[in-house]
Structures are given as C-alpha cells and as structure tokens.
Design a protein around this ligand. Structure first.
Ligand SMILES: *[C@@H]1O[C@H](CO)[C@@H](O)[C@H](O)[C@H]1NC(C)=O
Ligand SMILES: *[C@@H]1O[C@H](CO)[C@@H](O)[C@H](O)[C@H]1NC(C)=O
Ligand SMILES: *[C@@H]1O[C@H](CO)[C@@H](O)[C@H](O)[C@H]1NC(C)=O
Ligand SMILES: *[C@@H]1O[C@H](CO)[C@@H](O)[C@H](O)[C@H]1NC(C)=O
Ligand SMILES: [Zn+2]
Length: 961
C-alpha cells in the first residue's frame, strides 16, 4: 500500500525518554483493519452448497486453491455502483451495483472462478450471474453456481466449455454493506459545522476489491475499468480517471446524479478507487499540457488552506519522478484526498491517492515542521508508486518488498527535490535503516523475498506489509543504487519500466535491467552479477557485522544477532555470508571502495599509519554494522572529542548507533559505547542527536525502574545542558524558532531531553506556556513545533485539571495533526487513575476512534507509570482486541512490542509466556511475530542486564561525580 495500509513511522524519540516525548510524528507504517462483526455473511446458494465446507482440509479442487487458475484473462470491466449515504430501514448502510467483465479464455475450461466477498448477488434467484459470448461467440449455459467462502470465490460451473481466444461477458448485480470496516467499499463519518456527514470510500489493497464488485482480484490480472457512480445531488464522485459526464436522473424515486468516468489504463484491481463525498478541492494548473493536480478534503480544511502545502509540492515531485524514471506521468490527472477515517497512512490508488488527514493536510497555524516533512515524504512515496507499482506491477504479493522498499527509498529523493534544504536524503538512516536493523537482528526475522507459493491467503498477504518489506527493502535498494551509482540505477529502472509498462514483472526482471545498464557503463566494475550480489541480501534474513582489524588489515564478516547466543533455525543457501561493498575513509579522506566477498580477507589499505583512523560504511550506504579493533575505536573516540566535524554527520550517528548496538549484543564493552556520548555536549546536528537519543532510550527501557536511573539522568542532564543553552540563545530565549529545518528538530530534542532529565529552566518554560494557554484557551501561543513536548511535559507535571483541559481541547480540535499531539500528551500523566481511565476510553469509539485505539494503548505503555497498567489492560481484554484489530498487521503487532518494551526480568518473561499459553486458543493473528520477538528480546535483556548493570551504574556515577 501506499506507505500503505496504515503508515506510522514515528520519529517518536521514543516515548520512553519522557513519558512520551512524541517529538515529531513522521510516517508511521502499519495496518489495521478494524473488523466489525461480519454482519453480512453470505448465504450459500440453496441446493448447491459448497462441495467442501470451509473448515474441511483443502481439496485439490480449483475452488479450494487461493490462486486463480490460468484459464481466463480479464480485458475490461463495466462497473456501476450506488453507495447510499443514509441508513436504510434495517439500520444498515448499503451500496448496490452491477458489474460486467469481458474476459478472454486462455485455456479451454468449463469453470469460471471470480473473486467475490461479502456481496449478495441479486440478479435472480439461484444463478447469480449471466454469461454471454462476445463478438458472435456462443456461451455455454451455467450448470450451477455457489460461493466458496474460504477462498472468496463465486464459482460458476458450465454445461459446456469456454473456447480459447474467445471473449465472454460475465454480468452480475449485487448489494453490499457500506460498513465502517475500513476495507473494500466502506463508509466514513465526520462532523462539519455540527452536522454529521457520511462519505463512501475504498481501500482495495490487498484483497478487498472483491468486496466492492466481483473481479479477478490478483495484481497480475490487469484490465481496463469503466466506472460509473450514482450519487446524491450535492455530493461529488471521484475515481481513478477523469469524469466524462454527469447526468441528473431518477432512480427508484430518488433524484440522483450519474457520473461516468473515462476508461482507465490497464491496471490491477487493488489500485481501483472510488469515492462519493461532499469534499471540495484546491488545484493548480500552470498550462494545459500540465497534469491536472487537485487536493481534496473537507470543505473547512480546504477553505483554511490546509491543502496548499500538498498542492505546492505535488507538481515538483511529479516532475522529479518524470525525470528520474525518464517516463512521463502515465495519467491525465492526479487527485489526492485526505480522509477523516483511514487506516492506512496512504494508499497509492492510481490517479486517486487516499491519505490520512495528517499525511496530507498542513495547517500553517498549528502544524509543526515535522508534520510538513511527513506530508512531503508520504506524498513522494505515493507518487513514486504511480510508475513503480502501478504502471509496472509486481506479479504477486511475495514481491511486495520490492514495490514498497523501492517507494520507501525514492520517497527521500522526491521529497529532497521538493525541499532541497531539508537534508532529506540523510534522514533515511533514522526512519528506515535503523528500523530495519532493529527487527532484522533477531532470529525471528525473515528474508525480504519469499517464494510465490508461500504467500496465498489474504492473511499471508497482509503479513507482507511489514518493516522488513518497507524499511529493509529501502535499505538494500539504496545500497544497490549507491554501488551501481545513481545514474546506472536510474537507467536500468527506466528500461525496466518501459519494457513492463501496463504489465507485471518479478524482482529478477529488475536485476536484469540493472545488469544491462551496468554492462553498458565502462568504468563500473562489479565483482559479481547484480543477481548474485543482491540475492544474498534478499534471500537470506539478517545482515552482517564486519570487523576491521586495523592492526593487520584483516576484515571479516559475521551474521549480526542482537542476542549472540540465539540459535538461527532458518538455514540459508549462502550460509549467512554476503557480498559487501565497503565505502570507507582514512582520517577524514575518502578511499577507494572495497568489496568483502568472503568470510574474511586481508585488505592492506585497511592498516593505516600510527595516528590514523579508519571509518567504514561511509554515509551508511551499506546495510551492515561495523566493529573495529579497540585501538581504532579509541582513535575514533579521540577524533570525536577533539574535532567531531572531521567525521561526516551520518557517520557520527552511525558510530553511536553501531557502538550501542554492538554493546547490546555483548560484542564490545558497554562503557566504550557510553564514552562515545561524551562528545554530545559539543554536537549541534540533528541526526547524531536523534541517533543518540534512540540508543539512550533503549538504555532507559532497562534502567528507568532501578538504581541506574538517577545517575543516568544526572549525566544526560549535563550532556544536554549546552544544547539547551545553545537554543536558548539562538531563539532569543525561546521566542523564535531556528531557521534550519533540521535545526528545528534539534531544538525539540533539546527541549524534550532537558525537560525529561530535569533541567529546571525547561520545566519552568513548558509549565508556563501551558498555563498561559489554559488561561486563554482560544489563543494557543505555543509554537507548533514544540507543542508535543510542551503538552506532554505539562500533563506529566500536572494533575486532573491539566488532563481534563487537554482532553477537552482534543475533543474540540478539527485539525488532525493537532489532535495527534494532544492525544499522545494525554498518555504522559503520572497518575495511574487517569491512565486507567484513558485506557478504558480506547474501548469506546465515541471517545477514541477505532483507528487510534492501539496507538493510544501503546503510548500509555511507553510511560513508565502506564506500562504495567497497559500490560494488564491488554491481557484482560485480549479477546476483544484480537477480534477488533487482530487481522491487520502493523499497529496491532506494535501494540505487543510497545507494552513489552521494558520487559527485562525473569518474572516478566514468565508472564509473557503465560500470556502466550493462555491465549493460544484466541490466537495472536498479525501479532504472532511480534510476540515471538518480544520473548526473544526479553530473554536477551535479562541476560544483558545481569552482565552490564554494575558497569553502567559505575560509569554514570564516575561521570557525574
Ligand atoms: C432449494 O433446494 C431445494 C432442494 O434441493 C429445492 O427443492 C428448492 O427448489 C431450492 N430452492 C430454490 C429457491 O432454489
Ligand atoms: C462497457 O462500457 C463501455 C463504456 O460505457 C461501453 O462502450 C461498452 O459497450 C460496455 N460494454 C458492454 C459489454 O456493455
Ligand atoms: C445479504 O444477505 C444476508 C442474508 O440474506 C442478509 O443478512 C444481509 O443483510 C444481506 N446484505 C445486504 C447488504 O443486503
Ligand atoms: C505554497 O506556495 C505559495 C506560492 O509559492 C506560497 O505563497 C505559499 O506560502 C505556499 N504554501 C505553503 C503552505 O507552503
Ligand atoms: Zn507504498
């Protein structure tokens, strides 16, 4: 999905530091389906009950297989839908529709399987569908039809056979429920000027188009769609293509409008979209040959100018990708729409991209620059899919990583083009590469790519939308483009898109094209073919840590595991060895790139002179970690403390992140990692501070409930004070914000870390600002950038009065980004009863929207006081939570990792295992993997804590004495 089904890559300087120093929320990525009870179960057709009942073991019948047979190939669909935005007499919202599909028979068959889920076919009693031959072909009669519920087919058996190369027309009429289940064709509600409004929208990816109309619902089954929408006067209808005409007419006694749309390009069912709403838009078209770009949203939001920022950047981003892919935008228009109720962060429907409001709307009055950055990256991500993913589509969901990893990589390039001063390209380190490292260093990780046969059911498909696919995908593609060079990478990409336009491909097709481009580039020397290099990164899980011994020039590699004693059960045909490109520098001077192609090798240049240091993985262009002999570590440490600017910014972050992670895995001593943080008192750049903060957060996770906490706070207070003072002076005593984009992020870090470590000036500031606002609620003078931090600190320091004020503001606010800040601040209170009351609110959709419930529970858990309460809450209500959120992926599995983030005692491990046992019958759905990871991480933490606690305590005490 766009940054897909629900995206939420949090720049949360992890909540742990301060209850929730939810600093800047950048894209989050996760999937939730909130499932209503299946109200509209389909009845099987009378007399023709399913030959195999859904619970019986899969038979060999074609209708028991999840994949369509290769007998039929769709050409085009004619779909007319009428969503009804008022409740019917039975208290249901419904839509009705009719749909025809023209398909070619590829192999002779007497069977038609077409996906159809939760639709009541209403054509006429018993038959469900009409079949005709086209172009004078005669169609065989229908023998019988039924629904195969498990595999979600309408099965049509024929008296005779369909003949190869002949074209047939299958026609159906149907009714479906317009539920608020956030998938397929569904409804969303919001209030405008005190009036409840209902809109009808779609989310088809991955397997929900079949809930809107019967279709061959696989990505490679591309077809052309002629869409018509029937809607009430006063509403607009949107779809992938431009509308051709609108006609007023009467249907069943209603006045309605019928809007027809141009036929689409050949495309996949999962990218189809249609919307009926009362929104309006803002648009800009310089001249007629420009693509028409429109940003749609609630009327109030558009009138307040909240769509302007997205509109401003869309044209430049489209321009960038046209140049980058060397292919013009494939469609005649680009609509982007912000939806009040949307589980995905965004979805790249071709020509009609849907977004959560926070991912598209920017309010200059209240939005932080972090919100702006999120918009730029999500828009760039979705627009990148217009070519990669939509024009050329991966044949099957097992290759989802390539689609999503690619978009997650180039989103930084697109955003960088639109906002050249933001330093976007470097930030991929923070939001994708570190995230990928974190999950990929566990034995419970999995390879990027899996075999086509391993991904069949909708649940298996939905599991593909995970951090590995998005973030590791981005990391390895970035590495590939860096060792090929951007130019060669873009060349290969362009010929690939050309060859497969309007069709589908596999990852190996892309490797072919990149190899071709590489072969045509005389100076480019690769040690192996692209296939051979890349397959090691995509077919085996994990990544290496390389160790450079500068005493000898030896460099070796090893599969990096966070828990060194864990046993890797998954075998790899490559024995967990990689072909590793090593960009490096010697004492500040970049050297020629090396390749490590074996387990271990001598590279004489890696043995520098006496005073020189070696730094490998320059700009973290490779997906691996680096360790050195102790002498070299010490020289790097010296360089950091004497003149840190001689080491590139990204690598300062990397040294910290590698050192802490290696210490965490007991590869280096934890005090060595801690010593790296001493130079922070001089650091003013965002990326290293953010990296440091994340490493320190994981220390807080294990130390914020024991005696290390005090000395650790004292040390960090000392380290952050200069940064805090720096911003006090550059912002004229916190009355302005710094000019630089990332400096504004650093300012937030200064404030939140100073407050959370108890710098008195900081808490005076934040309390004062909040008090001012409470006294004059109509005028919030707190700078948007600082709001998350200020709210959180004020709520943490305050009591019920502050909390209730914040809640009142949360319920009143109409700007989604502001609502998120208020909502996460509510979880910062230190009062258990307030936290428990807030937890209860998550069960009531009137108080907390379903799409936000798991994230509220998660942020309560990140508060040291709230963590045990959230854990109890989740355990007590597992059955309910599972039922409502269990089939989605991201946010649900995050719930588990959030509530278990601090687990580090044998007793907690025991509880976790007990929880697993107790709920074996309910299940864990998309959180199963997260649960496994939680057990693995807890086990590792227990051991690590036992070995390191004393040293850490001593070190902090000695540094603050
Ligand atoms: C339902 O099935 C029964 C038994 O096969 C048959 O007698 C009856 O006519 C069927 N009814 C309809 C509406 O198809
Ligand atoms: C499908 O719709 C198109 C466009 O409205 C129309 O030209 C075509 O005849 C329709 N096909 C069938 C089989 O009804
Ligand atoms: C579909 O049919 C079932 C069974 O008759 C019924 O309960 C359900 O309400 C119907 N759904 C719609 C949307 O009409
Ligand atoms: C959009 O662009 C216009 C014209 O360049 C500019 O005046 C305006 O401030 C921009 N809006 C936002 C929200 O960036
Ligand atoms: Zn995407």
């Amino acid at each position: 999905m766009g940054k897909g089904y629900y995206i939420s890559k949090q720049l949360a300087v992890t909540a742990v530091l301060l209850a929730a120093v939810a600093v800047i929320t950048i894209i989050a990525l996760s999937i939730v389906y909130s499932k209503e009870k299946a109200k509209n179960e389909l009845k099987l057709n009378n007399g023709t009950t399913s030959p195999a009942s859904p619970t019986s073991p899969p038979s060999n019948e074609p209708w028991d297989k999840y994949r369509l047979p290769d007998t039929l190939s769709p050409q085009y669909y004619n779909v007319t839908l009428w969503p009804q935005l008022t409740m019917d007499s039975q208290g249901m919202y419904i839509f009705t529709g009719e749909s025809g599909v023209a398909f070619t028979c590829v192999r002779e068959t007497d069977l038609i399987l077409i996906h159809c889920h939760k639709l009541n076919l209403t054509l006429f009693e018993g038959w469900h569908a009409k079949l005709m031959g086209m172009h004078n072909t005669e169609a065989p009669a229908i023998r019988k039809t039924w629904f195969q519920k498990e595999t979600q087919y309408l099965v049509i058996q024929l008296e005779g056979t369909l003949k190869p190369e002949k074209v047939y027309w299958l026609y159906t009429e149907f009714r479906g429920e317009l539920a608020d289940d956030l998938e397929g064709f569904y409804r969303s509600e919001y209030e405008e000027n005190g009036v409840k409004k209902v809109l009808a929208i779609t989310q088809m990816q991955a397997t929900s188009a079949r809930k809107a109309f019967p279709c061959f619902d696989e990505p490679a089954m591309k077809a052309i769609f002629h869409i018509t929408l029937i809607h009430e006067p006063g509403t607009v209808a949107l779809s992938n293509s431009q509308d051709i005409d609108s006609e007023n007419l009467k249907m069943n006694g209603h006045d309605v409008i019928r809007t027809r749309f141009e036929p689409t390009k050949r495309m996949s069912t999962y990218l189809v979209a249609f919307i009926v709403c009362e929104f309006t838009y803002t648009s800009k078209q310089k001249d007629n040959k420009d693509v028409m770009v429109r940003i749609w949203a609630r009327k109030n939001a558009i009138e307040e100018g909240q769509g302007d920022y997205a509109l401003n950047i869309t044209q430049p981003i489209l321009e960038f990708f046209e140049k980058y892919y060397n292919a013009s935008y494939p469609l005649s228009k680009s609509d982007q729409i912000a939806l009040p109720d949307f589980n995905a962060g965004a979805m790249e429907n071709w020509g009609l991209v849907t977004y959560r409001e926070t991912a598209l709307l920017f309010d200059p009055q209240t939005s932080a620059n972090g919100n702006k950055q999120r918009i730029a990256t999500v828009v760039a991500h979705e627009l990148a899919h217009m070519w990669f993913g939509n024009l050329v589509t991966l044949k099957w969901w097992n290759d989802l990583w390539l689609n999503e990893g690619f978009a997650s990589y180039v989103e930084y390039l697109g955003a960088d083009y639109a906002e050249p001063t933001w330093n976007m390209k470097d930030q991929i380190i923070l939001y994708d590469i570190y995230r990928a490292f974190a999950v990929d260093s566990l034995v419970s990780s999995h390879p990027l790519s899996c075999k086509e046969e391993e991904v069949n059911t909708p649940a298996e498909i939905s599991q593909m939308f995970n951090t590995i696919s998005y973030s590791k995908g981005a990391a390895v593609l970035r590495m590939l483009s860096q060792f090929l060079t951007e130019t060669v990478f873009a060349k290969g990409l362009s010929t690939y898109l050309n060859q497969f336009a309007f069709g589908s491909s596999t990852y190996s097709d892309l490797w072919d094209h990149l190899q071709n481009a590489a072969d045509k580039t005389p100076h480019l020397k690769l040690p192996h073919r692209v296939h051979d290099i890349m397959n090691r990164w995509i077919l085996q899980m994990g990544f290496p840590v390389i160790t450079i011994d500068t005493q000898t020039g030896n460099v070796s590699q090893k599969h990096f595991l966070l828990e060194p004693n864990s046993v890797v059960e998954r075998s790899s045909e490559f024995n967990y060895e990689w072909f590793i490109p090593i960009k490096w520098m010697k004492s500040g001077v970049e050297q020629e790139q090396l390749w490590l192609l074996q387990k271990s090798a001598m590279h004489k240049p890696l043995k520098p002179g006496k005073e020189e240091w070696v730094l490998a993985n320059l700009n973290v262009s490779g997906y691996y970690r680096v360790n050195y002999d102790i002498e070299n570590w010490k020289r790097l440490l010296d360089q950091l403390t004497t003149n840190h600017q001689k080491i590139p910014v990204i690598n300062r972050a990397q040294i910290l992140d590698d050192a802490f992670t290696l210490a965490r895995a007991s590869i280096i001593n934890v005090t060595l990692a801690l010593r790296m943080t001493k130079y922070l008192s001089m650091e003013r750049e965002y990326i290293p501070w953010e990296a440091a903060l994340r490493s320190l957060s994981s220390l807080y996770e294990v130390f914020d409930r024991n005696e290390v906490y005090g000395p650790m706070q004292a040390y960090l207070r000392k380290q952050v004070k200069p940064l805090f003072d720096h911003f006090t002076s550059v912002t004229a005593n916190w009355t302005t914000v710094p000019a630089g984009h990332t400096d504004q992020f650093t300012q937030i870090i200064a404030l939140s870390l100073a407050c959370s470590t108890g710098v008195q000036e900081c808490s005076d500031l934040t309390k004062g600002w909040f008090r001012q606002w409470m006294q004059d609620p109509e005028h919030n003078r707190i700078h948007p950038n600082l709001r998350s931090t200020v709210y959180c600190n004020a709520i943490a320091a305050g009591g019920v009065e502050e909390w209730d004020f914040c809640w009142k503001m949360f319920k009143k606010v109409t700007i989604a980004a502001e609502a998120v800040k208020l909502r996460s601040a509510l979880s910062c209170t230190k009062q258990p009863w307030l936290l428990n009351r807030f937890l209860e609110y998550t069960l009531d959709p009137e108080k907390i929207r379903k799409q936000d419930a798991t994230s509220v529970i998660g942020s309560i858990a990140s508060n040291v006081v709230g963590q045990p309460l959230a854990w109890d809450f989740v355990r007590a209500r597992w059955e309910y939570l599972f039922k409502v959120y269990g089939t989605g992926s991201f946010s649900f599995s995050r719930l588990i990792s959030d509530v278990t983030a601090r687990f580090c005692t044998p007793f907690e491990l025991h509880q976790l295992k007990q929880f697993q046992k107790d709920n074996a019958d309910v299940g864990f759905g998309s959180a199963s993997q997260a649960l496994q990871q939680a057990i693995e991480k807890t086990t590792a933490r227990i051991k690590w804590l036992a070995e390191n606690k004393e040293q850490v305590l001593k070190w902090f005490i000695s540094e603050t004495a």
